[in-house]
Design a protein around this ligand. Structure first.
Ligand code: THU
Length: 132
C-alpha cells in the first residue's frame, strides 16, 4: 500500500495534469510539491506556439510555491501520460535543486497506473548540480 501522504501527492499531480495546456505535444504532465509546512503546490505543463517558451509542470509547481513565499520542501510527485516513467527533465532537476535537498524524494508514476510508483532522490537524479 502506498503511504497516504504519497498517495495524496500523486493524486494532486494527476488532477492538475488534466489541466495541462499541451496542444502541441498532447503530453499531460502534473506535479505536486509538498512544502515542509505540509502545504501542497501543484503545476502542469503550459506549452506555447513558440515551443521554447513552454514551462514544465515541475517548474510551474515550484514557481507557484516560491511566489507564495514557500521555500522548503519535503517531497515531489510527477505524473504524466504514456507508459514510460516520467523522469523530470534536466532543467527541472537543476531548478528543483536550487530549493530542495538532495534527499528530497521524487515520486514518479504514469496517469494510468498511479499505484506503480518509482521513488528516487533528487540527488540520484542530479548528482553534482551547478552552483555559483
Ligand atoms: N514536460 C514536463 O512538464 N516536465 C518534464 O520534466 C519534461 C517535459 C512537458 C513539456 C512539454 O509540454 C511536454 O512535456 C513534452 O515535452
Amino acid at each position: 500500500m502506498i503511504p497516504p501522504p504519497i498517495q495524496e501527492l500523486l493524486e494532486a499531480a494527476a488532477l492538475v495534469a488534466a489541466r495541462a495546456h499541451c496542444p502541441y505535444s498532447k503530453f499531460h504532465v502534473g506535479s505536486a510539491l509538498r512544502a515542509t509546512d505540509d502545504r501542497i503546490f501543484t503545476g502542469c505543463n503550459v506549452e506555447n506556439a513558440s515551443y521554447g517558451l513552454t514551462i514544465c509542470a515541475e517548474r510551474a509547481a515550484l514557481f507557484r510555491a516560491v511566489s507564495a513565499g514557500c521555500l522548503t520542501f519535503s517531497a515531489i510527485a510527477i505524473v504524466a501520460d504514456g507508459t514510460a516513467m516520467p523522469y523530470p527533465c534536466g532543467a527541472c532537476r537543476q531548478v528543483l535543486a536550487e530549493f530542495c535537498p538532495p534527499h528530497l524524494p521524487v515520486h514518479i508514476a504514469t496517469r494510468e497506473h498511479l499505484d506503480r510508483i518509482l521513488t528516487l532522490t533528487l540527488g540520484e537524479l542530479l548528482p553534482h548540480q551547478f552552483t555559483l
